[in-house]
Every structure is written in structure tokens, then in C-alpha cells.
Write a protein of this length. Structure first.
Length: 249
């Protein structure tokens, strides 16, 4: 399925989906602290989306058993909520998707749990910066390779390791639509994006290895060398003059 230009009605539904998602992540962010379990965060995500007339997009997607992906420390993406207790110094990634009136938004943030180390904070700051730079560079006519080049240059400029096998994607009717948007690339290459298309950008990097491996649960990807990893993500509407962030309040 190639990237589609969304209709005004679809964009309206995605904006509401994005607001629900942003509201949910804002509330979960306030809950993140030493001593809380990741399962309680999942329960809260389900509660908020239900109250706001939406559904978690990830629940059951590729057999994922929870509403939200919660990845701790060396877990890169798709961590499964459980009775695991967050501890002082951890970093925790919250990756959430919302379906509203058939349209999907997708966003993620990586948060400190209490006081974290300087290298961990450097990781969070660097990955968030890469997302901001990519968003600022978006415009009608940009190519996928341009985006990958911006993200890769930013992450490498922060001395962080790009997780090469994971990246962004089209989003809207499905959680993952074409094109795949790698977090590395060559400017001037790849599919051209046009106003009205919706994408999810998600820089992902580690303090160590570029490589990830699938954990024994069959869902969670972890860094090969056990190093810390972080992810930040927004759903974006390409506009004639730039881009609209659909997953922020």
C-alpha cells in the first residue's frame, strides 16, 4: 500500500486521534516514578483511551498482548508491560498508538525514572534533538532519503549509534503504511512525500551497538550489547509549507 494523501475527513479524525494520544502520554509521564509497575501504566493507557472514545491501536497488532509498548533501558522497542517495577536511574520508553474513527496516530517518548546518569540524559537529549531537526526539515516534496540523512547526521553528531533496522513509516489507515523511513539515508533519494500525506518519524539510537536482537518473548527488541536505547516519535501531516505535529497538545 503506497503512501496515500488523506482526505479532509481522515485528517480531522487523525487530529483527534493524535490529541487523545498526546493526552494519554502526558498523563502517563506524570505517573512515571521509581516504584511503579509497567502494567499500571498499561492499565491507565487503556482507561484514558476508552474514556475518550478511542481504542489502543497496538493491542492485538502482530499478536502484541498489551495496549502500549513500554521499553526499559536496553529494550529498544515493543517491550511488553508486566509486573516489572521501575527503579531510580532507569529510562523508559512509552510507545503508543490510538485508533479513532478508523484512523491511527502513533507517538513515543523516552523518560527518565528519577535521577539518571549523564550518559543516559545525553542519549535522551540527542534522540529528541534528531526528531526535532527532522520535523523542522519536512516540506512538500521532501524525499525519504532526505529525512534519513537529517536524522543520521544529527544522531551521529551527538555520538549516538543509529539502530539501523528500525525506523519511521507511513501511518493512518494502518499502524504501518509505506514508505519505511530509515533513520539513515542519502539526500535526494527515495520516495517523494507530498502535502496531505501522514507519516510517523521515530529516531531510535543507543549508547553502544547499532544492532538489535529479538528477545525470548518474541516481541521486544533489545540492544545486542546491553547498552541503553531511546526512541522519540510523532505523527506528522505534510503540509504545503512544512509539517503539522498531530500528536501534541
Amino acid at each position: 500500500m503506497r503512501t496515500q494523501i488523506k482526505t479532509p475527513a481522515e485528517i480531522k479524525a487523525m487530529r483527534q486521534s493524535g490529541r487523545i494520544l498526546a493526552t494519554t502520554l502526558a498523563e502517563l509521564t506524570q505517573m512515571v516514578a521509581p516504584g511503579i509497575t509497567t502494567r499500571l501504566l498499561d492499565d491507565k493507557a487503556r482507561q484514558i483511551t476508552a474514556q475518550m472514545g478511542a481504542k489502543p491501536a497496538f493491542l492485538g497488532y502482530n499478536d502484541f498482548p498489551a495496549a502500549i509498548c513500554i521499553s526499559v533501558n536496553d529494550e529498544i522497542v515493543h517491550g511488553i508491560p508486566s509486573d516489572r517495577v521501575l527503579a531510580e536511574g532507569d529510562i523508559v520508553g512509552l510507545d503508543f498508538g490510538v485508533t479513532y474513527e478508523g484512523m491511527i496516530s502513533d507517538s513515543a517518548v523516552t523518560l527518565p525514572v528519577g535521577q539518571i546518569s549523564k550518559p543516559a540524559q545525553h542519549l535522551l537529549t540527542g534522540v529528541k534533538k534528531a526528531l526535532d531537526m527532522a520535523i523542522n526539515g519536512l516540506h512538500d516534496g521532501i524525499r525519504v532519503g532526505d529525512i534519513g540523512d537529517i536524522i543520521e547526521s544529527s544522531l551521529e553528531g551527538s555520538n549516538l549509534s543509529v539502530i539501523y533496522s528500525l525506523g519511521g513509516h507511513g501511518v493512518g489507515h494502518r499502524v504501518h503504511e509505506e514508505p519505511f523511513i530509515a533513520n539513515f539515508g542519502s539526500a535526494g533519494t527515495g520516495e517523494t512525500l507530498r502535502a496531505g500525506m501522514t507519516i510517523a518519524l521515530e529516531p531510535i539510537a543507543s549508547l553502544g551497538s547499532h544492532d538489535c536482537v529479538l528477545a525470548s518473548d518474541g516481541q521486544t527488541y533489545i540492544t545486542r550489547d546491553g547498552s541503553l536505547s531511546a526512541q522519540f516519535e510523532h505523527t506528522l501531516l505534510i503540509t504545503p509549507t512544512g509539517a503539522e505535529i498531530m500528536t501534541q497538545l
